[in-house]
Design a protein around this ligand. Structure first.
Ligand SMILES: *Cc1c(COP(=O)(O)O)cnc(C)c1O
Length: 374
């Protein structure tokens, strides 16, 4: 069926896909404790009772799909992912609607991106239906963990190379899993503008590299620059292109937009940046509202000049976790500048509200972005 060298995986799409065996946790978290943990969950430290897991081997294709108690993975020390970082992930959220229903936002886009990531990392592609089914089954069994209000259940699908082998080649075995973590409102009392550090020493992605896919290695490589940002009193790092070191690319884990005094928006073009689903949604909503949105390169010199002249009204970062974060201040070795007096502006806040209202089911979903979990 498959091969053990090169990049060739069992033909998956025409095949019978695994159905998930549901094995509820025998000892789920008692309700009282769960409720207490949901009061102020923070981000990424609290987890639900279950996980979804599916295995891949060349011999069996995708198989052994289960939803079961969240538990450790026993990994042999020679498991491929521990050595060569063949790993990819996704991030999306489940939102509680006022009527008690549960919304997922564009999970099909995450499933598609996961396949693209798998392809770039020479990993077995997870069928989009299996990806969505795993997410839905987990949300269904752990729905009591979805916080109310502006909270949500952050879902983390990921895949690791699980073959036990130290040779450098695409793994012949994979584990695809989904875990879930309740998260509070990212910002209490409205989004606080972030300060960002412009990295002149480090780059995130080069043409032909892995910048456009969601692999753990990209994050590992960004941590030194992020640490530099913290050392300079900033919240986040913004990366420049690897060739000319002038063009704005994106933050460590968020895309970036610029809002101008003529009402237009600009955002860096796709290529080496991660194609954010939030980015794409913002472009769609803005264009529908008649806003001119340019996907074009923008230099740091121009950013600085436009902030000084007032041509630039706002800048903001966007991604699933925080939706939209206004950028109040930019620091770099060659000087600092502020945007919009360091404050959140109406463009960022308006788009944020529009998106969040769709996600929670408070506004009409005219794009088919919402998938209600039955
Ligand atoms: C995930 C991610 C984003 C944001 O993507 P969304 O689909 O909007 O959550 C942006 N940049 C990087 C590097 C990312 O990993």
């Amino acid at each position: 069926m498959g091969m053990t060298s090169g990049v060739s995986f069992a033909k998956i799409d025409g095949e019978a896909l695994p159905t998930f065996a549901i094995q509820p946790a025998p000892h789920p978290t008692p309700e009282k404790e769960r409720v207490a943990r949901l009061v102020d969950p923070g981000f990424g430290r609290i987890f639900t009772d279950h996980m979804a897991i599916v295995r891949y081997s060349h011999a069996n294709g995708w198989h052994n799909a289960r939803v079961e108690s969240r538990a450790n993975f026993p990994l042999d020390p020679a498991t491929a992912v521990l050595h060569y970082a063949q790993e990819i992930f996704e991030g999306l959220k489940a939102y509680k609607r006022d009527d008690g229903g549960v919304n997922l936002f564009r999970p099909d886009a995450n499933a598609r991106r996961f396949r693209n990531s798998a392809d770039r990392m020479a990993m077995a592609p997870v069928p989009e239906s299996v990806f969505i089914e795993a997410v839905e089954q987990l949300v269904r069994i752990d729905r009591a963990w979805i916080p109310g209000g502006e909270g949500s259940l952050y879902l983390r699908p990921f895949m690791i190379a699980s073959e036990i082998f130290l040779g450098v080649k695409p793994s012949a075995e994979y584990i695809f899993a989904v875990i879930a973590s309740p998260v509070g409102s990212y910002f209490k009392g409205g989004p606080a503008p972030v300060s960002i550090w412009m990295s002149e020493n480090y780059t995130r992605a080069a043409v032909g590299g892995t910048g456009a896919v969601k692999c753990g290695g990209n994050y590992a490589a960004s941590l030194r620059a992020q640490a530099e940002a913290i050392d300079h009193g900033c919240d986040q790092v913004v990366f420049l292109d690897a060739i000319e070191r002038r063009y704005i690319e994106e933050l460590g884990g968020m895309n970036v937009f610029f809002a101008f005094d003529d009402g237009s928006l600009a955002t860096p073009p796709l290529g080496t940046i991660l194609p954010g689903i939030t980015r794409d949604s913002i472009i769609t909503l803005a264009r529908e509202a008649g806003t001119v949105v340019r996907e074009e390169p923008y230099t740091i010199e121009q950013w600085r000049a436009d902030a000084a002249s007032g041509r630039l009204k706002e800048a903001f970062a966007c991604g699933t976790a925080a939706v939209i974060s206004p950028i109040g201040k930019v620091r770099s070795a060659s000087g600092d500048f502020t945007i919009n007096g360091g404050n959140a502006g109406p463009v960022a806040m308006g788009l944020r509200k529009q998106l969040v209202d769709i996600q929670y089911g408070r506004a009409a979903d005219s794009h088919g972005w919402i998938r209600q979990v039955p």
